[in-house]
Write a protein that binds this ligand. Structure first.
Ligand code: ATP
Ligand code: MG
Length: 310
């Protein structure tokens, strides 16, 4: 087998040499080979031996790159590392009427079958249709509804993902913990669906809002932000929190969480790269420079970001 591509290693996210173990796979993390161009779809479920004719491989995944399929009105994907917890959460969301998350329809071996949410996810860098203020506000409203819906869910007694949210942001409530554009489904320019709960676990609304702000304002360095919003990042950060309905000191807490959230997110990426996960390697090769610049920008503009939402 050809060796995986060597990732670029910006200084900020360089691993300790002792932790660099290419080829090793962490518990709960699947080492998946991205399918080659022209390779036929192989749903990761028992139908793999006889894929349905209307099977469509869904683009956009990193952790499960090439292993998420749409079949009719269903999505087939590998189960979360701790499926009992994730599925209890999905069932709760369904039970309390939060219709913006996929419903769990079935499990099949290591796979889960979810309801398909009609629409379109974006990727970073965001396309123009995802960059308007209406889209940003809709992300805030979606998150607010999600956090309200999950507030009545008791996370105790479940085994949640090992990638634990840092203690100051880990409250006795659940957050999604992976709020990036690929996990938000849009329809008619509005965020209507939230998918991929694999990292969901004890966290806080603040943690999800920090991730949303980074991705959607977006809080990146100048050269990585489209002209249409480069001068409006701070204003859009405040707009996101306004639309969510966040008041008081919690707004400053979101601003203060930005850097921690960025580091936590890319630590997960880099750790998986070093474990030989090809999906993360491919992703990291495309975002490493942006992540490094973004970290520098968030550091330099920390006080401005706090002032923008105070
Ligand atoms: N239930 C769903 N309804 C509609 N689209 C979906 C659904 N589940 C997944 N998708 C689409 O498939 C893409 C990949 O799925 P998913 O997010 O599960 O993959 P992943 O590899 O686990 O993602 P990540 O890169 O966030 O780790 C998503 O970006 C989204 O566009
Ligand atoms: Mg995803």
């Amino acid at each position: 087998m050809a060796s995986p591509p060597t990732p670029a290693w910006p200084g900020r996210f360089r691993l300790d040499p002792g932790r660099e173990r290419p080829g090793a796979v962490a518990a709960g993390v699947r080492a998946v080979a991205a399918p080659e161009a022209g390779q036929s779809p192989q749903p990761a479920h028992s139908a793999a031996d006889s894929p349905a004719p209307n099977t469509e491989r869904l683009a956009g995944g990193v952790a499960n790159r090439g292993r998420v399929f749409r079949i009719g009105q269903t999505v087939h994907r590998p189960q979360a590392p701790f499926p009992a917890a994730t599925h209890a959460l999905l069932k709760h969301l369904d039970a309390v009427g939060f219709s913006s998350a996929p419903r769990l329809l079935a499990t099949d071996g290591d796979s889960e079958v979810l309801s398909w949410i009609p629409g379109q996810a974006a990727q970073t860098p965001l396309p123009s249709w995802a960059l308007g203020d209406a889209a940003l506000v809709s992300v805030a409203l979606l998150l607010r509804r999600f956090h309200d819906a999950v507030a009545s869910f008791d996370p105790t007694g479940h085994h949640w993902p090992d990638e634990r949210v840092p203690a100051p942001y880990r409250w006795p409530t659940i957050s999604h913990n992976d709020i990036h554009p690929g996990n938000i489904i849009f329809s008619d320019g509005r965020a209507i669906g939230l998918v991929d709960f694999d990292l969901a676990g004890p966290g806080s609304p603040i943690w999800d809002l920090a991730a949303a702000a980074r991705c959607w304002c977006p809080l990146l360095s100048d050269e990585d932000v489209p002209n249409s919003v480069v001068d409006r990042r701070f204003e859009r950060f405040a707009l996101l929190l306004d639309a969510y309905g966040l008041a008081g000191h919690a707004r400053v807490e979101v601003a203060e969480a930005l850097l921690d959230n960025q580091e936590w997110t890319f630590r997960i990426v880099v750790d998986n790269v070093m474990r030989g996960h090809l999906g993360f390697q491919h992703y990291w090769n495309s975002v490493a420079g942006r992540a490094e610049r973004g970290h520098r920008w968030l550091t330099e503009r920390r006080q401005d970001l706090i002032a923008a939402v105070r």
